[in-house]
Design a protein around this ligand. Structure first.
Ligand code: HEM
Length: 529
């Protein structure tokens, strides 16, 4: 009897298992049929007609893409536009609410990054976390950054920022105003390298700042689609370095390797000598010193180290140069900001961070600078890791999503006469804060899980730099050979991820009625910070 029943015990679970498998397979098949039907039935978001294979490749702009897509969105009457280039889908989001809906509320699958062949695959820049695909590696890097630069440590970093502005930027502008763009770069680059590596930075023409600046300028250049054939034919990356015409791989990698290794080693050396200042690298070396996976952790520390310069330098210098340009073109605004600064500080001292909350007009000026020429006008591209449906439209997996920050901040319905520089739009009925208006600070730093983690550092650098410059100097037109002021027409970089002002003529002049030399006396002649 017992023996007779035995096969039943064996067979029944098997039958149940087969039934379960069949049921799951059937469900999955039905799901796929419906999903594929949905895909076929739902339209792609609005866009221009596409050619077979090429898609919209021929009509995609290589310059001022943000302006083109803003106009196209207006023409098509849509807040988001779909284009395709050689099979690669792209979604351009022109509206703040849509960006929030997709990149923030659905951030679980809108948070990866596309990989540019030259920078990502050939040069290994996929290890710079601003360009990394979404995943554990990116998460580790971002955590490392956020733990050291948490907003609760901002006063530590502000101390460094103030030191660089007072000992490097202001005395340099006073001494050689004609080199002011370089002084801005040395100050911002110096702050970032000092926060990261804690090494002494020269107050004037620091070599490491210049090297890093050049390396990352080259990097931006090699990412441009037309610069290297490998960006159009990715297979070229497999050609060995000795193959004629592929020397670019070696040059590009070497600059990056130097930047990853040398300042890191220099910091270790100073730590051994016991003289290192608190910085990202020393803080993390101390933290992981006795960790069993020390070597692995240190690779991440080095890579995050260069990511900080890559992400923070060009953006912050670009906004400061935009501020200078805006002040040059809008003398009344400059005067009003200066008189606010004078009324709070009096003639006898320089601004500090505790003054900033008493300078609401200056705060409106900075918001307008960020709005007028957003430094990353079409954001940093995100990539979808799953398909989606939004507002009745189908959005494919592996679709590049660009947030058109420029279109959001130049929307005529929110910011009338958007090309006009007018800090007054952030002031309501004499009250300095107009909270009803979209705040550019909520837009220019991007969205969702990839939102800029250095925004608090950037804002404090911008505010203290702007207040300090206006406290001591007038920003004036340069004069031509006949002594006439040179007119400046604002122009911005046409084909780059950042929208720097193109070089323009201007000069700084010490303000009348202020003892500028006396105010700077204690900060002059400092060689290193
Ligand atoms: C005014 C100056 C700055 C602007 C306008 C700016 C803007 C941005 C934007 C738009 C993104 C991409 C966000 C997205 O994908 O949606 C970004 C990413 C990033 N920013 Fe900034 N940024 C500035 C300064 C800085 C500074 C000073 C640092 C560091 C000290 C920094 C570190 C980063 C990093 C590490 C990322 C990559 C985040 C990720 O991919 O997870 N940024 N920034």
């Amino acid at each position: 009897m017992g023996l007779g029943r035995r096969p039943c015990f064996v067979v029944m679970p098997l039958v149940n298992l087969v039934k379960d498998v069949l049921f799951v397979s059937l469900c999955s098949l039905i799901y796929r049929i419906f999903r594929d039907r949905r895909r076929r039935l739902l339209p792609l978001p609005p866009g221009l007609p596409r050619w077979p294979i090429l898609g919209n490749a021929l009509s995609m702009p290589l310059t001022y893409a943000h302006v083109y897509y803003k106009r196209l969105g207006n023409k098509l009457g849509t807040k988001f536009i779909y284009v395709e280039a050689l099979g690669q889908p792209l979604l351009i989001v022109n509206d703040y609410r849509v960006a929030q809906d997709l990149l923030e509320k659905r951030s679980a699958f809108y948070s990866s990054r596309p990989q540019a062949p030259m920078t990502g695959l050939v040069m290994g820049v996929k290890n710079i976390f601003i360009t990394m695909p979404y995943g554990n590696r990116w998460r580790d890097h971002r955590r490392l950054f956020q733990q050291y630069f948490d907003t609760k440590y901002l006063p530590r970093d502000q101390e460094k920022q103030l030191e660089f502005v007072q000992k490097s930027l202001l005395p340099n502008i006073f001494a050689t105003p004609e080199e002011s763009s370089e002084h801005v770069a040395n100050c911002v680059g110096g702050i970032i390298l000092s926060m990261t590596y804690g090494l002494p930075v020269k107050t004037h023409h620091d070599q490491l700042v210049r090297f890093a600046e050049k390396a990352f300028n080259d990097l931006s250049a090699v990412s441009a689609p037309g610069k290297y054939l490998v960006n159009i034919i990715p297979q070229l990356r497999y050609l060995p370095d000795w193959f004629p015409g592929t020397g670019f791989k070696k040059d590009a990698r070497e600059a990056l390797d130097t930047l990853r290794e040398e300042p890191y080693q220099a910091t270790l050396n100073t730590m051994d000598e016991g003289v290192v200042h608190d910085c990202f690298v020393s803080g993390n070396v101390e933290k992981f010193r006795s960790a069993p996976d020390f070597e692995h952790r240190i690779v991440d520390v080095k890579e995050v180290g260069i990511s900080i310069f890559a992400a923070g330098f060009e953006t912050t210098t670009g906004v400061i140069m935009t501020f200078i340009l805006a002040m040059l073109l809008n003398h009344d605004v400059q005067r009003q900001a200066q008189s606010e600064i004078d009324s709070v500080l009096g003639p006898e001292r320089l601004p500090t961070f505790s003054d900033l909350s008493d300078l609401p007009y200056l705060s409106a000026v900075i918001k307008e600078v960020l709005r007028w020429n957003p430094i990353a006008p079409i954001g940093v591209p995100h990539l979808t890791t799953d398909e989606d449906v939004y507002d009745g439209y189908y959005i494919p997996k592996d679709c590049i999503v660009m947030s058109n920050i420029y279109a959001m901040l130049h929307d005529e319905k929110i910011f009338p006469d958007p090309e006009k520089f007018d800090p007054g739009r952030f002031i309501k009925n004499g009250d300095m804060a107009n909270d009803d208006l979209l705040n550019p600070i909520d837009v220019v730093f991007g969205f969702g899980r990839r939102v800029c983690p250095g925004s608090h550092l950037a804002m404090s650098m911008l505010e203290i730099t702007a207040a300090s410059i206006l406290c001591l100097f007038d920003i004036l037109p340069a004069l031509d050979t006949q002594g006439k002021p040179i007119d400046v027409v604002p122009e911005f970089m046409p084909a780059s991820i950042t929208s720097h002002p193109l070089p323009f003529k201007f000069t700084f002049s010490p303000r009348k009625g202020k003892d500028v030399e006396g105010l700077l006396a204690e900060y002059m002649n400092v060689d290193y910070i």
